[in-house]
Design a protein around this ligand. Structure first.
Ligand code: TZP
Ligand code: MG
Length: 213
């Protein structure tokens, strides 16, 4: 198992960057307080995915920020990513663990409570509650966990809990207070006019809530 003690998790979406360079957006986001980045590419073939991941890894290494690859073991291996994230309809965490061994962090999206008590959840290094709130960025989702959902799941697992879905500075504090360890964000950072400032505002709310103020 790999440690996962990050607080503000950027999940990339080139479209959400509104025509700006993805690598610029990511670098700004890091300057604002993002401390882990997932490269999420649903359209690229594996060679193109690897190329993009290599470039992103170089950038993240400069800031000692870990790279997580969405649902592609070959890419994660090729670029020696910190970890991989899989959803409910992707390859299973058990399969990924068998291929990558103990040296990779595995994130697993939880959409149904029944997933919690599975071998897949057991081998994951962190669990993502998806979505915490409904979001136009990803519409093929089922449960909307809400704040009560986080609090409920928090009582049942010690694993780091990442919340994702419609998170921005105005709801960040309440999500942390409900029991999330880390907030994952796409549009509130990628689509912001000033991604660094947007990330900083969310990060401040996270720290404030975590400190109990
Ligand atoms: N998984 C669950 S919700 C989501 C993903 C990838 C998208 C979150 O995007 P946003 O723009 O932060 O609501
Ligand atoms: Mg959001």
């Amino acid at each position: 198992m790999m440690p996962f003690s990050y607080r503000l998790y950027l999940v990339t979406d080139e479209q959400a960057c509104l025509g700006r360079d993805l690598f610029w957006v990511v670098e700004e986001a890091i300057k604002g307080g993002v401390d882990v980045v997932q490269l999420r590419e649903k359209q690229l073939d594996t060679p193109a995915f690897i190329q993009k991941a290599e470039r992103l890894k170089q950038l993240l290494d400069k800031y000692h920020v870990p790279l997580i690859i969405n649902d592609n073991v070959e890419v994660a291996k090729a670029v020696q990513a910190y970890g991989i994230h899989v959803g409910n309809s992707d390859q299973s965490p058990v399969t990924v663990r068998a291929q990558l061994g103990a040296e990779a962090a595995i994130g697993y999206s939880i959409e149904y409570e029944t997933q919690l008590s599975t071998a897949n959840a057991a081998v994951a290094d962190y669990l993502a509650l998806s979505p915490i709130f409904a979001t136009p960025t990803k519409t093929d989702t089922v449960t909307e966990w809400g704040l009560e959902g986080i609090a409920h799941i928090r009582k049942q697992t010690q694993k780091p809990l990442v919340a994702i879905g419609h998170i921005a500075a105005d709801n960040a504090g309440s999500i942390i207070k409900a029991g999330a360890d880390c907030l994952a964000v796409v549009s509130a950072i990628c689509s912001a006019e000033h991604p660094a400032y947007a990330a900083e505002k969310i990060r401040i709310e996270i720290e404030r809530a975590a400190a109990g103020s």
